[in-house]
Each structure stands twice: as C-alpha cells, then as structure tokens.
Design a protein around this ligand. Sequence first.
Ligand SMILES: [Zn+2]
Length: 311
Amino acid sequence: MEIREVASHVFAALLPDKGWSWSNSGFVARGDGLMVDTHMDVATTRRALAGFGDAAGTTPERLVNTHHNVDHCWGNQLFRGKEILAHRRCAEAMEGDLAPSVIQAMLDAPELPPGLAWFADDVRAFDFSDIEVTLPTRTFEGDLALDLGGVVAELIHVGPAHTAGDVIVHLPAEAVVFAGDILFHQCTPLGWEGTFDGWVAALERILALDPEVIVPGHGPLAGPEGARDLIEYFRFVHGEIVRHHAAGLPPDEAARRIDLGRFAAWTQPERLVFQVDRAYRELRGGAMDEPVDFAALMDAAVALRRHWDDA
Ligand SMILES: [Zn+2]
C-alpha cells in the first residue's frame, strides 16, 4: 500500500491493482476528517488508517462509502460509533449484499468452476474471518456538502453508472475528485447496474469539475486524462459490440472478435465480457438493475482469456 498526499491535507491509500478487490481509499484530513471508502477487509483498512495517521498526524472521525461493493466497505466496522455516510441506494444495496462467509466458503471449497477460482485467487490475500458488515448511519439523496473545518467536500450522486448508488467526492478548492469505481484507471472496468450512457455521463461530470487529481477506485492516481481514457474505452467497445450484435453474433463470439488495441494493456482485459453483457442487456431492453450472472460471466472471461492465449 502506498500513501500519497494528493493535495494539502488530502491523502490517498493506493493498493497495487492485483485484480479483483484491490481497491483504493482516501482521507481528507481537515476538521473532523473524512475517509472515503474502506477496503476489502479489516486488516487492509487498519493499514490505511495507520498510514493516514503517520502522514497526517490525525485520523478520520467520519466515513463515506462511494458505493456498496464489498471491496469499498468491508472495513466499515472500524468506524462503529462514528458517522458513516452513503447514498440511500448504496445503503440499501449494502444491506442485501453477500456475507463474508460466502467468500470464505469459496476459498475453502475443494473445487471451483474456473471463473470463481480466478476470483478466489485474487482475493485470497484478504482476511474474511473478522468482518462484521457495518451499514451506513446516515443516508442522503442527490448531493450533500460537508464542511470539514472550512474545507468543502461535495458528495455528488452520479449513479446509476457502476452501481445505482454511486457517489463521488469533490474538493473544489483542492481540485481533487475521489471517483470511487466510476474510474478504473489502467485497469478494465466492470459495472453492475446502469447503462453505458450513464457511466459516460458520470465521467463527463467529473471532467466538468475540472480536477487536477482523480483518485480512482482501482489503479494508480490519475488526472483528467484517466477519465477521458475510460470514456474512449467505453465508446470503442460499445460501438464494436453494437456492430457484432447487429450481425447476430452471440455474446461470447462478439467478445472474441473485438481487438482491444492499446486497451489490451490494461489489467484483466478479459473483463470485457462484462461490457458485452451490459450492452446486450441494453440492446434487448432488459432492466438495468437486474443482477448479472457473476459466476457465468467469470467463466466466460476465463474462456476469453484462453481463446487469446491460444490465438
Ligand atoms: Zn471496487
């Protein structure tokens, strides 16, 4: 984990992108302090808090979750008794989300289908034994502005994009945006609820804020070019998918036909299958909040990787 001061009194805890669930967090060390997201487990979140404490000489009294995915909230219990903020839809999704025991059972299983085995390999570095899912204590609709000792932090709802309850944290005076999983930087995105247009609009909203630094949910620190890059990726793959869909190709064949070009260098390019699934769902008029078949998509991703390796 690397702790970086991205602006005066503003910090990011960056994990190397070693695949599924290797996420980043942030800390605005003004006023009572605000942490942006926790991590996949308690130990990693504790490390981030210790790093922030060393760098800033203080630790946060308040937390905001940018969305409900477990790699951004399974350290929440370290904020028990303090304020935990989230968009209403984030809090609702968190309440119905999977339990740590489900992932532990996956890790303990003698055999797994290839997709889940891949996921298990990525998350084996985390500890699921002591996680107590801890929900937000205060929810909001739309946007919410916080005063952190004279520093303004705007919590802006931009979902559905990656999930329905997506929130970004904007510090106007510092020109910093904590993007949560609206920005995957130099790693292949994947989304759960929402549309391509919705996600691109969220990225354009970030660019309109004119940030100097964007802290992504995954991957290294970015500037505006990181958001522009992801928009370009979405426009390119969406165009390709629409073309292959119109030609009547099934999703797995559409994924195989796409030449990712420079985007193939992003980590886990086989997550392309999530983009194909989202586009096909949109094209058949499916509800954009219907749950994706995670295990099946993960198997499809592994099959795509094998296809590339054999080619
Ligand atoms: Zn994430």
